[in-house]
Design a protein. Structure first.
Lengths: 568, 220
């Protein structure tokens, strides 16, 4: 059920059997796994069911390292959390992602795929994927489009699956189920401002909760799970200083360190040997019921041979300028916004988008003989379409049929000729203790210190990308499909201006058996604490090659199994 | 049902033009003919629309040859396609004028447009079955052709904005005309009533001398 935190009696001391902080991918997954059990779960969610600016503002904080998104943009502080703007990209970590790689400092998880695969299988259900189909060969066999015939064994094709937009929000997916669950209470607008412990500091005794409207109360439970994301998890630990001057779990100064992202930027382009190079395979497209997004990656054996971390490439076709311009037009943007709104069951006002899209879809009407009872194109249009080459014909599409029709054409047609291919490199950063979240001197509306992010990457990361691009260039050049122009230079003094993250906030309460090397143990329990667990991507010791959400869910399912045993 | 009964009861053997029957206004069709209903009228209009579209296309070709291209292409610069608004307007006027000549002329000269004649239909005066005059014909055309012209002109004037609305309005107008035809005992739409015309169609098995035979005609 949902409860409004402002409706709780002031200074009340609430009790539950399990207290979960945060209702995002992890918090909702954890709460759901206790539905129908005798465990009374209290979930404390800072936001409400809808986005609220004042609540989102609590996320703000300074960026003092590499340029990064303003801290209130890569995540959403509301029920469902960041899944409310999730892009739905999934691929499980493979054995090498979990393994300790001698050439990558701080690498290695306490377990591998044999431990995680069963949980991944369950996580696929949770995120509404069609099932366990991660073999590139299987997809290639089914696809009418195909991968580039890249040379050598240093690059491979990888296939991500994309959760359909309608199923991405955990709020939409599971809100009703939570609402109907009598043993789960989600307190909305409930901000945890401090985790209180007993004087020994080894056990959490209660959580202090505050609302933006001024209500205050506490919640106590035998066990607590912190699940508010890669920045807020360390923030709350660091800000809870009653019996821990450096913050909870921070005896070894690790809380907030090792902040990881999946950095990406345009690192080069492929100049096709022939104008008709088709790269439709590398666009998000549907095979049967499943949306896939193939990419190119450096193989594990090449990574090992080169002493590299993972690097993968997204290939984006650059079409004829007319088609390219159409794809970036406001008409297409409106169409995407409309599609988005429909998938999300009508968030916001779509009137202007609708009229923009309809107007664009009616472009053809300008080029039919006026006053004729039936639509017939002007003679010049018929003549031109018949006269020009197929390649020029497609560049007439935006002008004659509109931008949206042109966009649909570029998506449907798959292998339409490209002028060039943009290569966006995304890499697994080397875990770096200097890349970290700390507390700012600024305070938020509730008096909590704001988070401060100092995102850092290293020269080793630069070298990885450069080497990755060189390997890709060799594979492309060797195949004869074209030549790669590498625009990234590892010796340049700064990172490219378009360096960005993937909204993947990881690593800040990393998992390790050794308390001197990790904040949580392999069960997710904070080292030195008896009843405080952490769920979410902040426990990832490495960023891996796959996107984090499905692993967040899988790890949370693993944690819930552990808790079911521990709470018995 | 009433209309059908009325049509079937059309008396055989009556001379053309002698057609008044107490209670019903207007003429009854002559033997072997019935009032042309919506499906017939729709198909006839569709045939005319195809023919007239070909005419309009041919006219656009001629206009384009005489006055220069209405649409120009330049694959080297964006936008690749541009429309000469003045010539498009001229073309709209030309298509509309040809449409008026096509319909009004055919009603006057052949008692029906090509589409109507192909289906054995005639457009005649409601008060005696004579040929439709130029004036009545023009009035009748205003209901059929003018909305199309207005849609084209509005679309040009608005630069393509609101095209869908205009097309839907035009469509609604034709639907309203069809509904008017369907609801009238003599299948006269607004255009018929204002212009004083009626449309009759030859029965497929002719001549019919009895009610029995007329029923077998598949009148409805």
């Amino acid at each position: 059920v949902f409860a409004e935190a402002n409706g709780v009696q002031r200074d009340a001391a609430l009790n539950a059997d399990l207290c979960v902080i945060g209702a995002g991918a992890a918090g909702i997954t954890l709460a759901r796994s206790f539905i129908g059990t005798s465990v009374r779960v209290a979930v404390l969610e800072s936001g409400g069911l809808q986005f609220d600016t004042a609540t989102q503002d609590l996320y703000k904080g300074p960026n003092v390292g590499l340029p990064y998104f303003p801290l209130d943009t890569p995540r959403l502080r509301m029920f469902g959390g960041t899944t409310n703007h999730w892009a739905g990209v999934c691929r499980p970590f493979d054995e090498a992602d979990f393994a300790k790689r001698a050439w990558i400092p701080y690498s290695g998880w306490p377990f591998g795929t044999s431990e995680m695969d069963p949980y991944y299988a369950r996580a696929e259900q949770v995120v509404h994927l069609q099932g366990d189909h991660w073999s590139t060969q299987d997809w290639v066999k089914q696809d009418t489009l195909g991968p580039l015939p890249l040379a050598g064994d240093q690059v491979e094709t990888r296939v991500d699956q994309i959760v359909p937009e309608a199923f991405r929000s955990f709020s939409t997916d599971y809100g009703d189920q939570i609402k109907a669950a009598s043993n789960v209470t989600v307190y909305l607008d409930a901000n945890v401002t401090e985790i209180e412990t007993d004087p020994s500091g080894a056990a959490v005794t209660r959580l202090r909760v505050a609302t933006l409207s001024g209500n205050r109360f506490t919640v106590a439970a035998p066990a607590y799970v912190l699940a508010v994301g890669g920045i807020e998890n360390p923030r709350l630990l660091l800000a809870s200083r009653q019996h821990h001057p450096n913050g909870i779990g921070n005896d070894h100064g690790l809380v907030g360190r090792f902040f990881l992202e999946h950095p990406r930027f345009i690192a080069g382009m492929i100049a096709p040997a022939e104008r008709n190079l088709g790269v439709g395979f590398y666009l998000q497209h549907r095979i049967g019921q499943t949306i896939i997004q193939p990419r190119v990656g450096i193989t594990r054996s090449a990574q090992q041979a080169e002493g590299m971390a993972d690097v993968q490439f997204t290939l984006d076709p650059v079409y004829d300028p007319a088609l390219q311009q159409a794809n970036q037009s406001t008409d297409v943007a409106a169409m995407k916004a409309l599609r988005h709104a429909i998938a999300r069951h009508g968030l916001g006002d779509i009137g202007s988008e609708l009229s923009t899209v309809i107007g664009d879809l009616m472009t053809w009407d300008r080029f039919v003989v006026p006053g004729a009872p039936l639509p017939v194109p002007y003679p010049e249009v018929v003549g031109e379409v018949m006269r020009v080459t197929p390649r020029d014909r497609q560049s007439l599409i935006p002008g004659l049929l509109g931008d949206v029709a042109s966009f649909v054409y570029t998506r449907m047609e798959g292998n339409i000729p490209v002028n060039s291919v943009t290569v966006t490199a995304r890499f697994e950063p080397i875990p770096n203790p200097d890349s970290r979240v700390t507390l700012s001197t600024e305070r938020d509306e509730l008096g909590m210190p704001r988070a401060e992010l100092d995102w850092q990457l290293s020269d080793a990361d630069k070298h990885n990308v450069e080497r990755g691009m060189q390997i890709l260039a060799g594979a492309v050049g060797g195949s004869g499909v074209g030549r790669v122009k590498i625009t990234f230079d590892e010796h340049a003094s700064s990172w490219p201006a378009d360096l960005a993250g993937g909204y993947h906030l990881m690593g800040t309460t990393r998992m390790h058996e050794d308390p001197r090397r990790g904040v949580v143990d392999p069960d997710g329990l904070v080292h030195g604490m008896s009843n405080l667990y952490i769920a979410g991507s902040s426990v990832f010791p490495t960023a891996g090659s796959g996107n984090p959400t499905m692993l967040i869910v899988a790890l949370t399912l693993r944690l819930s199994d552990h808790l079911k045993g521990a709470l018995r | 049902v009433d209309e059908a009964t009325e049509v079937r009861s059309g008396r055989a053997g009556e001379p053309e033009g002698a057609h008044h029957d107490g209670g019903a206004s207007g003429p009854r069709p002559v033997p072997g003919r019935f009032y042309a209903d919506v499906p017939n009228r729709f198909v006839a209009y569709l045939i005319d629309a195809v023919l007239l579209t070909l005419v309009a296309f041919a006219a656009a070709v001629v206009l384009s040859i005489i006055a220069g291209p209405i649409v120009t292409f330049d694959l080297t610069a964006a936008p690749h396609v541009s429309l000469n608004g003045g010539l498009a307007l001229a073309d709209a006027v030309l298509s509309t004028a040809l449409g008026a000549v096509y319909f009004v002329g055919a009603w006057r000269r052949y008692e029906g447009s090509p589409g109507a004649r192909l289906l054995g239909m005639r457009v005649v005066r409601a008060d005696g079955g004579g040929r439709v005059g130029w004036g009545s014909g023009l009035v009748r055309w205003l209901f059929i052709g003018l909305p199309l012209a207005l849609e084209a002109l509005a679309s040009l004037a608005l630069g393509g904005r609101g095209d869908l609305v205009l097309i839907l309005l035009l469509f609604a107008w034709y639907v309203a005309l069809a509904v008017g035809i369907a609801r009238d005992p003599m299948k006269r739409g607004w255009h018929d009533r204002v212009a004083g015309t009626v449309v009759t169609k030859v029965a497929s098995v002719a001549p019919a001398a009895s009610d029995e035979a007329e029923r077998a005609d598949g009148v409805r």
